[in-house]
Write a protein that binds this ligand. Structure first.
Ligand code: AMP
Length: 227
């Protein structure tokens, strides 16, 4: 099976997490979310979590040296050799370049940018609740309701970095730091931009179609992007 290494970019609330889970399942590769790794480290009270927590709560990026170590370790695990869906990494040009030097010039098959207008992501984030047990996302029927039951029986609450202040900080960081990375990936001919509005199924179909076109020879030959 030929490998597929896919990066998924998008502002907070663009639906990255949901789409990465679906894409990784479809491709049979691990879904690696740096945000999930960091949140698990914070919950576990590890050294990594201790160092990351104040940056995360302020809606800032954690320092590159911290995140690069996390990603380098994870990508060396056997299940990531055939491919991966990277969610939330890279976030800036330096991280993108570090990824290429870590893995080589042909490190990435495609980068998917899920594009959703600002007003839509702000609305989505106000209603986003994350389960403390299984980490899945629920949508609160009313944004004023802080917590709700998750289907797994756990309790879904608002993320500590989904406050209004942290959200506007993260949107500004996307423009300042992630946008140059997006342009760089585009100059390398790796970028596919997908409309992220509509239902998760609609967005998934757009992503799969766009990836089929972008990586057609490798993926179609091995039947990886089967529906
Ligand atoms: P996410 O779940 O991807 O929105 O990430 C949540 C938070 O984790 C971000 O706001 C950052 O504080 C931190 N984080 C996740 N990925 C990275 C990254 N690649 N570089 C720096 N900080 C990150």
């Amino acid at each position: 099976m030929s490998r597929m290494r896919v990066l998924v970019l998008g502002r907070q609330g663009a639906g990255k997490g949901t789409q990465c889970v679906r894409l990784a399942r479809r491709l049979g590769v691990p879904h690696i979310s740096t945000g999930d790794v960091l949140r698990a480290a914070v919950r576990a009270g590890s050294e990594l979590g201790r160092q990351a927590t104040s940056f995360m709560e302020a809606g800032q990026l954690v320092p590159d040296e911290l995140i690069l170590g996390v990603v380098a370790d994870r990508l060396q695990e056997p299940d990531a050799r055939e491919g991966f869906v990277l969610d939330g990494f890279p976030r800036n040009l330096a991280q993108g370049q570090a990824l290429v030097s870590m893995l080589g010039d042909d490190a990435i098959d495609a980068a998917v940018d899920i594009d959703v207008p600002n007003d839509v992501v702000i609305r989505r984030i106000a209603s986003r609740r994350v389960c403390g047990d299984c980490a899945s996302i629920s949508v609160a029927p009313d944004p004023a309701v802080p917590a709700m039951a998750c289907a797994c029986g756990g309790r879904a609450v608002q993320r500590t970095d989904d406050t209004e202040f942290a959200v506007s900080r993260r949107l500004a960081i996307y423009e300042e730091q992630t946008r140059p990375l997006v342009h760089w990936l585009s100059s390398l001919d790796l970028l596919v931009t997908v409309d992220g509005t509509g239902s998760p199924d609609q967005v998934e179909t757009r992503i799969v179609d766009a990836l089929r076109l972008a990586v057609a020879p490798a993926a179609e030959a091995s039947g990886e992007l089967v529906s």
